[in-house]
Design a protein around this ligand. Structure first.
Ligand code: ADP
Ligand code: MG
Length: 233
């Protein structure tokens, strides 16, 4: 199978005063289309940095990231923004919803940038909010929803523009275990059903176990990779 993401010799070094922090240290990895892969590691191991660099939110210090054969580290700001709008969805641990917008308006945001008419934006947002189980919260603002409901809105927003790749950084980190499972089921369901690539960060092995592949991150390097056996291939 052809990789959707090819990562080679990726490093990220932060300079803090005179100190150098090596957050990523020579990462090589291919990610297959439709795969659910998980970066697992302790706090400070470099998981979020890796995710942010792959999603084009931060520039690497060395190395390259090819997504659908485009080296994203070489794109200028405008081209990168366009590329991200077209290909990438992102789910945050703290939801990152806009507080003065209701659920439909929050979910519509990625569609505004893609030049879709208002009527069509509302229709698509309402449809996906129903699909994530929030038919009764369309006009609710973030402060009027529970954490789990807010994350469902976050998931709807990540998937609404139909991106090929969805990144999620500790998406269940602020949720109780029952809600975590519901949110995880939802993300996995939406991505598998549409053959989307899901790349998630967690420090929790029980969550990582749901993935097709677990990539253990230690000190900015890949420590080991575990593939889950799939029934029926
Ligand atoms: P994780 O998500 O696994 O907890 P991070 O990727 O956030 O780890 O951080 C990896 C390392 O890089 C840590 O040592 C962290 O302190 C450092 N780091 C992350 N972001 C920055 C930054 N903007 N400036 C300086 N150091 C950073
Ligand atoms: Mg992190």
């Amino acid at each position: 199978m052809e990789p959707i993401i090819k990562i080679s010799n990726l490093s990220k070094i932060y300079r803090v005063g005179t100190e150098k922090v090596v957050a990523l240290d020579g990462i090589d990895l291919d990610i297959i289309r439709g795969e659910f892969c998980c970066f697992l590691g302790t706090s400070g191991s470099g998981k979020s940095t890796l995710l942010n660099v792959l999603a084009g939110l931060e520039k690497p210090t060395t190395g390259s990231i090819k997504i659908k054969n485009i080296s994203i580290e070489k794109l200028n700001e405008k081209k990168l923004a366009e590329f991200r709008q077209k290909n990438i969805g992102f789910i945050f641990q703290s939801y990152n919803l806009v507080n003065y917008l209701n659920a439909v308006e929050n979910v519509s945001m990625p569609l505004v940038f893609r030049g879709i008419s208002k009527k069509e934006r509302i229709k698509r947002s309402v449809d996906i909010l129903k699909a994530v189980g929030l038919p009764k919260h369309l006009r609710h603002k973030p402060t009027q929803m529970s954490g789990g409901q807010q994350q469902r809105v976050g998931i709807a927003r990540a998937f609404v523009a139909n991106p090929d790749i969805v990144f999620a950084d500790e998406p269940t980190g602020n949720l109780d275990s029952r809600t975590s499972k519901e949110v995880l089921d939802l993300m996995i369901g939406l991505s598998k059903r549409n053959n989307k690539t899901l790349i998630m960060v967690t420090h929790d092995l029980n969550i990582a176990k749901r993935a097709d592949r677990i990539i253990y991150i230690l000190d900015g390097k890949i420590e080991k990779i575990e593939e889950r056996e799939r029934v029926g291939g």
